[in-house]
Design a protein around this ligand. Structure first.
Ligand code: CO8
Length: 197
């Protein structure tokens, strides 16, 4: 069935889903994950239009991250754009896959916007993978304002789908694929595609 005709997929894992497994070489809890690709809109240091989100490994398959809402991220006067907040959730959720050493892309992402988020706010994000079923990875995230224990402003549930590295090579634009493959630093080269080292 083509993707366009596929029925809407549940965000609830099926009964025979299993617990996620943290890779033995995943970064220790508390370790910064760093950017997986310097041009990534979510985390890339070299991306002037990006969110510059910084994530750290948590326990199990979990991460925490911070994102500061800038003037460039407004939707309404002085308030963050909902799509930008969803991007911050997507990036945080996507970084969970690195802890399992699985390459995956977002298949479905559902966001609840609970409170408005003003410019200059630091959004404190927490995400966790809850279940895995074949290639489907079920994860959830919340974003709090006013501190890591502050009130929830946004939350999201997602299904990521495991893919092979060919997904990026087949579908990405040649010049960026080539530049990422020519990266002399092996870890950066690998992480551009979030491939298992
Ligand atoms: C490198 C990491 C970067 C992280 C950055 C943050 C994350 C991102 O934003 S990634 C970018 C946004 N996402 C994308 O571009 C993905 C675009 N979509 C695609 O390429 C394809 O539709 C893709 C790969 C998801 C699935 O296609 P395909 O491999 O043919 O899947 P298919 O074989 O049909 O389905 C596999 C399973 O996934 C499920 N599935 C497929 N698509 C979806 C979906 N959209 N939602 C939920 N489940 C889905 C299917 O139901 C099937 O489940 P089951 O095993 O139970 O039968």
């Amino acid at each position: 069935m083509s993707a366009a005709n596929r029925p809407k997929t549940s965000l609830v894992p099926p009964d025979d889903a299993v617990a996620p497994v943290r890779h033995p070489e995943a970064p220790a809890p508390g370790a910064p994950l760093g950017a997986h690709y310097d041009q990534c809109f979510g985390c890339g240091e070299g991306q002037p239009h990006g969110l510059h989100l910084q994530a750290r490994a948590g326990d199990g398959v979990s991460v925490t991250a911070e994102f500061t809402v800038k003037a460039a991220h407004q939707g309404a006067p002085g308030l963050a754009h909902g799509g930008v907040l969803t991007s911050a959730l997507d990036e945080t959720l996507g970084s969970l896959n690195w802890l399992m050493h699985v390459i995956a892309v977002t298949g479905r992402l559902e966001t609840d916007f609970v409170r408005p988020v003003p410019v200059d706010t630091v959004l404190h994000l927490e995400a966790r993978t809850t279940a895995v079923h074949r290639r489907k990875i079920y994860s959830s995230a919340v974003g709090r304002i006013g501190g890591p224990d502050g009130p929830v402003a946004v939350r999201a549930d997602a299904v990521f789908i495991e893919v092979k590295v060919e997904h990026f090579i087949e579908h990405g634009r040649d010049e960026e694929i080539q530049a990422a493959m020519d990266e002399p630093d092996e870890v950066r080269r690998i992480r551009a595609f979030e491939v298992n080292p």
